[in-house]
Design a protein around this ligand. Structure first.
Ligand SMILES: [Zn+2]
Length: 463
């Protein structure tokens, strides 16, 4: 166990101490945690062995600091990878947190079982917001749920909603929050939507292609949708760009609805009540998530497609709370199309900026605005929801591959990318390994190191 990591005196390890702390427990959460600590240890063993091999073969001069810098680098990378496991472990040492996290783990377990993913499971921990993260040493995702779940008030008499799960607290004095707190596990089904999106195929190389195909399919569905028959070309472009930027989040919401049902749809009501003070908040586009107003109808549509009925009357809620009528116009930002006539009218600096060669000149806005009635946008968006629902049905029918990660394969892929970089740059291996991001994911010189794996192994997703 733990490869050469735990046994090497050069890299003293206290992983056994952490394992011993949780090994008496038989809870699902603690078993998963132990498995993850062991997997980290195995990965750390491969990682340190590779660096030691470079150090030994490097025959560095006594005066050289390279050896020390390489070892510092190993420790710093491993520390980054260890931090999230340690965070889960530390939270589980606080009895009050532990109790709630156990409850969350069982909630997650119900959804994971429905997806036939009970085996890799999911490590539930507290984070500042709902998030799902993966690391190269384990196929168990880390699912962060908001801290406000811990509030005592969450168990108190509700202000809004009838079920205990949707009870609100006026104030969480223990953490100093003044916002409404809520006991709500509905972040989990959505985060699992991201997990399925990134694990719908066993072959990670084919996966990005698959994502491209889903995107292409969605674009086709859009162009055949009713609003597109009357849109002008720049509106067509603006709307397509905007809606396709939301694709992964839409996927996660559709899958989340299938898992969480009516409760998942209802949970958006409390998000809107907490986050949206006015129409602008409701229509704010962050470029990844559907605006809150439309998100309500996305979840409603997904529920209906799967035989449910929305527990919330959204039009009435929006009318009463925000005074929204159907005639509302949405404003979308779009970069103008670079046609021959536009190109001829631009000076060189501007043209290079539009081609993406140079940054845009300061104080110059080149984005145009397209305003579209929200009813049209909604119709087009819901066409994508139906399409994604079919895509998800197909994935669920064929089964989600549980990619049992073979650490040596993952590590070999990382190492291969590092060696390719050595070849490309013609620099000594140790110089490449000392660079940030090599063997950690991310981009180097605008080409992929193991960035294609980054999205797969290290994906982090908020909300
Ligand atoms: Zn999300």
């Amino acid at each position: 166990m733990f490869g050469s990591f735990a046994s090497s005196s050069r890299y003293p390890s206290d992983l056994q101490v952490w394992i011993a702390r949780f090994s008496k427990s038989k809870t699902k959460a603690d078993q998963l945690l132990i498995k993850t600590i062991e997997a980290f240890g195995d990965f750390a063993g491969l990682y340190t062995a590779y660096f030691e091999e470079i150090i030994v073969n490097g025959k560095f001069d006594k005066a050289s600091t390279t050896e020390d810098r390489l070892r510092t680098r190993v420790l710093s990378v491993l520390n980054d990878y260890w931090a999230p496991v340690r965070r889960v472990a530390e939270q589980r040492m606080i009895p009050h947190y532990r109790e709630i996290l156990d409850e969350g783990t069982m909630e997650a377990e119900r959804y994971l079982q429905a997806l036939n993913l009970s085996d890799p499971g999911g490590l539930i921990y507290f984070d500042k917001a709902a998030v799902i993260r993966r690391f190269p040493y384990t196929n168990t995702p880390f699912i962060g749920v908001p801290y406000n779940i811990t509030t005592e008030g969450a168990f108190a008499e509700g202000q809004s909603g009838s079920e205990e799960k949707f009870a609100y607290a006026k104030q969480d004095e223990t953490l100093g929050f003044t916002e409404f707190a809520e006991k709500d596990w509905m972040a989990i089904p959505h985060e699992l939507g991201h997990y399925v999106y990134w694990n719908q195929l066993a072959n990670s190389d084919r996966l990005l292609e698959q994502h491209g195909e889903i995107r292409k399919g969605a674009a086709q569905v859009l162009s055949h949708s009713e609003p597109y028959q009357t849109l002008r070309s720049h509106e067509h472009k603006a709307l397509t760009t905007t809606l396709l930027d939301w694709l992964e989040e839409l996927y996660a919401d559709v899958l989340g609805t299938r898992l969480g049902g009516a409760q998942f749809v209802e949970s958006l009501q409390s998000i809107i009540e907490r986050w949206a003070g006015n129409i602008d908040d409701l229509m704010e586009n962050d470029g990844a998530h559907p605006v809150l107003y439309l998100r309500a109808f996305v979840r409603e549509k997904a529920l209906e497609l799967n035989g449910g009925e929305s527990p919330v009357d959204w039009p009435t809620l929006f009318q009463n709370r925000f005074g929204i009528q159907d005639e509302l116009e949405l404003e979308f930002e779009v970069v103008p199309v670079l046609d021959a006539a536009t190109a001829a009218s631009l000076d060189k600096e501007m043209l290079l900026a539009m081609l993406g060669v140079e940054p845009f000149p300061e104080n110059l806005s080149v984005t145009g605005f397209v305003e579209l009635p929200v009813t049209q946008v909604k119709t087009a968006l819901l066409a994508i929801v139906s399409y994604l629902n079919e895509q998800i049905s197909a994935v669920l029918a064929s089964g989600i591959p549980v990619d049992i990660i073979d650490m040596s394969v993952v590590f070999d892929e990382m190492r291969e990318q590092a060696e390719k970089e050595v070849e490309r740059s013609q620099k000594p291996t140790y110089e490449i390994l000392l660079q940030p991001q090599i063997l950690e994911g991310g981009q180097q010189h605008a080409h992929n190191c193991w960035a294609h794996l980054t999205t797969h192994w290290m994906s982090t997703h908020n909300h």
